[in-house]
Ligand binder design. Structure first.
Ligand SMILES: [Zn+2]
Length: 197
């Protein structure tokens, strides 16, 4: 389900929170209000101040994000998703659309941690479980990637992230939500998207 964490003890870094707050542009007073209410940052002179070295509870973050998303609507949520690969911590490893989509899951794990420990080991390039995934499966014989996004972030936001990474390497790429599969907007744990170019 969107906005419900998979496990307790998960944290998100301030860089990701700041990236999403920046993406809300004209809605910063709304986001500041909801975030400070769950102790993510504090309001100084009407502006949300985040400690950029901090990690914040994913549960608290998702609660605030859900309240903000209700106010701003799907179009802005899509645009915020698009801004994520530019402003969250994203390694510069991708060389084509397939490696770009694959990188989303790695970046997702870099930007979250569990019980104080990183969910991605840069040296061994291994992931730890706890937050779900952004899938990346090439469809044989087609210019298509199937991405099952099983994570607590909202459906439209993830379509924005996929769209930004796809069009970065293939400007004509489209990301289509598979309405025949389950959807997090209806309480499911995952959504399925077809990335085509
Ligand atoms: Zn969905």
């Amino acid at each position: 389900m969107q906005f419900i964490s998979f496990e307790p003890g998960i944290e998100v870094n301030a860089t990701t929170v700041a990236a999403i707050v920046r993406g809300m542009s004209s809605f910063t007073s709304i986001s500041g209000r909801y975030l400070s209410k769950v102790n993510i940052g504090r309001i100084v002179d009407g502006e949300l101040i985040l400690d950029m070295d901090a990690w914040y509870s994913q549960d608290a973050w998702l609660k605030a994000f859900e309240n903000i998303a209700e106010q701003i609507g799907d179009k802005i949520l899509f645009n915020i998703g698009k801004s994520i690969p530019k402003s969250a911590v994203f390694p510069d490893w991708a060389t084509d659309i397939a490696s770009g989509i694959k990188l989303i899951d790695i970046a997702y794990h870099i930007n979250h941690r569990k019980n104080g420990e990183s969910l991605y080991d840069m040296e061994t390039k291994t992931m730890r479980e706890g937050i779900g995934h952004y899938g990346c499966e090439a469809v044989p014989g087609k210019r298509e990637i199937l991405s099952v996004c099983k994570n607590p972030y909202p459906c439209v936001f993830d379509r924005g992230i996929l769209t930004e990474m796809a069009t970065r390497f293939e400007p004509g790429a489209v990301v289509i939500h598979d309405d025949s599969c389950e959807c997090r907007q209806n309480g499911a744990d995952s959504c399925t998207y077809h990335v085509r170019w």
